[in-house]
Each structure stands twice: as C-alpha cells, then as structure tokens.
Design a protein around this ligand. Structure first.
Ligand code: XMP
Length: 521
C-alpha cells in the first residue's frame, strides 16, 4: 500500500531527494559509503526492471556498465564480452595506433561463438611441447587444430592423444587426418552462424568441435559445442548484446590529446587515427585524460566534433559543473566524472586534488541536465550497491578494478602463495606511463624526465568471467531498483532518496558479529 500523507511527510524530513540532500552537505565531500538509499513503495519486481540507457544518439547500451580504458582492463576480448552482455568496452590507447585499429576491428568483426584465433599446433611439434604449453598457459582444453606454415589445415590433434605417454611422438603422427576432420567454409556459415553450427552438432552426434576454413582451406575459426549450447541458452537472456545498426557489437576506443614536438595539439595525427577508427566502425571515441577541464582536451574535443559531426564523443575526466559545461560546449556528448576515486588512483594523495565521487557526481549531474549530456561515473565502484547509488545521478558507470581479475582482461594469471592473481595498474602509474599513457596525466612520454606517478601497480585476485561478474552486478542493480520501486533507470533517478550514514551505520551495513564462511559475492 502507498503510504499516508502524514507518514510521507515524516519520511520526507529524513530521506531527501538529491537536490535537497546534497545542498544540505555543500560543506562536505561525500562518496558511496557515506550515504544509503531509502526504500520506496514498490510494485516492481527486480527481474522486470529495464536497464537500457542512451548515452548519445546512436549509442545505446542494454546495461549501464562500461569497462575502463586501461591497459590491464580493456582490449578486444574484454570489449567483446562487455558488448555481448549489453555494455560497452573502451579500448585503451597504451599501444601503437595500428594495433588499436586492429583491436577495434576484432570487436566489430566478431562472430559470436566462433573462436577466430584458436590456439593451433604445428605438425612438427612434439606432443610433449603441446603438453608444456597447456600447463604454462593453463588451458582448460587439449584439442588443437593443426596447421602448416601457410595456415592451411592439416588435421586435428584430439585430446585423447595429448598424453604424457606420447610425449616424444610428433603431432603429425597422431593427428586426425584432414580428410576426416569436419569443416564448414566461411560462406556456408550464412547469416546466422550460431544456428548453422547448432544444426551441425545435432547432425553429427559425438562431434564437439567444428572447424571453419576459407576457400584456400586456411583455418578461419573454431566452434565448440559447449559454447554453442551456452549461447543458445543465452539467446533467451533478458539483456541483449549491444549492437550497432549493422548488427555488429558496439565498441569504443580512447585517444589522448597528443602533442607534437612544439607542444601543440597534434591535430593531424589525432584526426588521421580517429578517422581510421571510424572507418572500422567505432561507435564512440573517448578523449581520456586526468584533467578534462583544460584547454588541450577542449581543443581536441572541438576538433573531433568538427571533423566527425555524428560520432559520439566521450570526454573527461572532470568533477565540477564548470568542467561538464565546458566539455559539453566543446561538443562532447558524454562526460566522464571522477578525479581520484579509482581503486588504483593516488591523484588525491599526490596532487591533493579531487572530489569524493558522489558529491562530484551530484554537482556534475545538474550541469549535465542543463546541457543535455550524459554522465559516466568513473572509478571507485567496488560493489553493486555503489552502482545503484551512482545511477541515481549518472547514465552509466565505468569500472576498472571489478573487471581486472577476469580472464577477458589483458595479462597473464600469476600464482603467488597458492592464490591466482592478475596485474592491475593505474594508467598514471610509472609503468603504464612509460608505455604511453603519460599524455593523459599531462607529462611527456620521456621516461628520463622526473614525473610524479598518480597511480599504483597492483594485483587483483583472478575472478570468474565477465559474464559471471556482470551477472552479480546486474542482480544487485535490479534488486536496488526493486527496493526503490523503479522500473527503469529514469525512475531510479526520480525515486532516489538519500540519507547520510554514520560510521556505526557503515559497520552495520556489512556482515558483522559473525564468522563469515562465504563472501556474498
Ligand atoms: P576503479 O575504481 O574501477 O577505477 O578501479 C578505474 C578508474 O580509475 C581511473 N584511473 C586512474 N586515476 N590514477 C588516477 O588518479 C591512475 O593511475 C589511474 N588509472 C585509471 C580511470 O578513470 C579508471 O576508469
């Protein structure tokens, strides 16, 4: 039952809408754990909530989550996983421009379910060498297509013969001959490759790998039955992949406001590179820097807006209303908010600058409303509840640390003391800046020059896949919306009522006075 007028007004005294709440704390910087949201009368079941969000014309996500443009978070594999789940990946720029173009192409050309660069064996390799590779890379599979030096298919090395007892035998001796290997040509895949592969597995009981070749019999990819079965189930999932008008997965990429030898914006280089990205089907470019409310970033955004009138432009980072208005006036459609909240950031310690994230989001959101631009809440998100709070003020969130432990993030798994980890480092850490991201922090890329790093190099515990991490996060977001009676993200923004939490309230919010056997995640 909706509440009576009297109890409504009592609630209103304590649980305030954003404008009243944040105005009351104009002297204090607040972040996620400093506040909690009040429950509201609800007729909304969590599973019925809609999470789609429009960031710009032509840039619509089915879930409001973006993976960060960091070199230990987003390359093509992460961007594919994000888009398949309905989100967006921003490919980082700590790589040669040529390579970033290929990374974007990989996402745009991805055929879901087809492993386009399967791990291969060579006919002259020893089975022992293949076993070593499996151990070193921790592969969970042991069947490999075998190709010759020209990439032509020679046969299939089945897991049945990849055994230590055959270690000294050559792959060529034990492989299943080409004539007996089932293949389809690229052309035979048709418009719905998943349905075609699914039919193949139904028609060939006992076969669980299907190779795809081109007209010259060069290996083009590999389908596995388990992938196809998973995908077929996922087709009924609530949140569809985020695709462009041509049914390709969406993809974003970051660029920096690079300067030439004279210290001026390197217009030609930036325009040529972004032109190449657009040709490959890029859906959004992100001008990513630590200080977005600055002349260089403004000039870069203005130049890109003039050259690519329809391209969605993301720009940042800022933490003020003036910063949002500035970038919006320069032509950005989406503004990244966050200076120093990230899990690997030290900007506030090193530079003494930055605003606790929720206050930064509130101030920015009011300018964003005025300028009709969208906001991305970037950094500092460590749990799904933080996302719910962020979405009361922003159109989507950017996460780095939450995805850095996933197998889809770049980098190897490291074993330390019996536990598995992946590297996660700030783009302002010394190591990342040496590899190219110095411009983001206003430094020259010359490692001999003394620079003050604004990020740390760290480790994250290896986690489950992006699918699993996102399933947890989305479950949490939907639960939060159910509590607030919000059927969609616009209603979440309207329904949000905030209250400040005391330190005792923060302790109360986490498990307490128990011996925890399993974490909630
Ligand atoms: P989370 O908390 O998701 O934060 O790990 C990721 C975001 O942090 C920002 N970022 C940095 N900020 N120094 C900083 O002050 C850095 O070295 C750094 N590297 C990344 C970035 O906005 C990212 O999305």
């Amino acid at each position: 039952m909706p509440a009576t007028k009297e109890s409504d007004s009592l609630d209103a005294k304590f649980y305030k809408p954003a404008d009243a709440f944040f105005a009351g704390y104009s002297h204090l910087g607040l972040t996620y754990d400093d506040v909690t949201l009040a429950t509201r009368y609800s007729e909304v079941l969590p599973r019925d909530t809609q999470l789609d969000t429009t960031l710009a014309e032509g840039l619509q996500l089915n879930i409001p989550v973006v993976s960060s443009d960091m070199d230990t978070v987003t390359e093509s594999r992460m961007a594919i996983a994000m888009a398949l789940n309905g989100g967006l990946g921003l490919i980082h720029y700590n790589m040669p421009e040529r390579e970033q173009l290929s990374e974007v192409s990989r996402v745009k050309n991805n055929v879901h379910g087809l492993i386009q660069e399967p791990i291969k064996a060579g006919p002259d390799q020893l089975i022992g060498e293949v076993l070593e590779l499996i151990a070193k890379k921790r592969f969970a599979f042991s069947t490999f297509p075998v190709v010759d030096g020209q990439g032509k298919l020679v046969g299939l090395l089945s897991g049945h013969v990849v055994k230590p007892r055959y270690a000294k035998r050559k792959v060529a001796e034990l492989l299943t001959q080409r004539s007996q290997v089932h293949t389809l040509t690229k052309k035979e895949l048709g418009r719905d490759p998943i349905a075609r592969a699914d039919k193949f597995f139904t028609d060939h009981p006992g076969i669980n790998k299907l190779l795809v070749v081109d007209d010259q019999d060069r290996l083009h990819g590999l389908f596995t039955m388990s992938d196809i079965e998973r995908i077929t189930q996922e087709r009924n999932a609530q949140f569809k992949p985020a695709r462009d008008a041509h049914f390709r997965l969406i993809c974003g990429a970051a660029v920096s406001a690079t300067r030439n030898a004279f210290g001026e914006l390197d217009r030609e280089r930036i325009l040529t590179h972004v032109g190449g990205l657009v040709e490959r089907g890029l859906d959004a470019v992100a001008v990513s820097t630590a200080h977005g409310h600055s002349r260089g970033v403004g000039d870069a955004v203005r130049m890109l807006r003039d050259a690519f009138p329809k391209l969605p432009i993301i720009a940042g980072n800022v933490s003020s209303a003036a910063g949002v208005e500035f970038l919006a006036d320069c032509g950005a459609n989406v503004i990244k908010v966050g200076q120093g909240p990230g899990s690997i950031c030290t900007t506030r310690i090193v530079a003494g600058v930055g605003i606790p994230q929720l206050t930064a989001l509130y101030v920015s959101s009011r300018a964003a409303q005025k300028k009709r631009v969208a906001l991305l809440a970037d950094g500092g998100i460590s749990k799904s509840g933080d996302i719910v709070k962020a979405l009361t003020l922003a159109q989507a969130v950017i996460c780095g640390g939450l995805f850095a432990g996933c197998p889809e993030a770049p980098g190897e798994v490291l074993e330390i003391g019996g536990k598995l980890y992946k590297q996660y480092r700030g783009m302002g850490s010394l190591a990342a800046m040496k590899e190219g991201s110095a411009a983001r922090y206003g430094h020259t890329p010359d490692p001999a020059r003394k620079v003050a790093p604004e990020g740390v190099e760290a480790l994250k515990e290896a986690s489950g896949s992006v699918d699993r991490v996102l399933a947890q996060l989305i479950g949490g977001i939907q639960a939060g919306m159910g509590y607030l009676g919000a059927a969609n993200l616009a209603q979440l923004r309207e329904q949000a009522r905030f209250i400040r939490v005391s330190p005792a309230g923060q302790r109360e919010a986490a498990p307490h006075d128990v011996v925890e056997l399993k974490t909630g995640s």
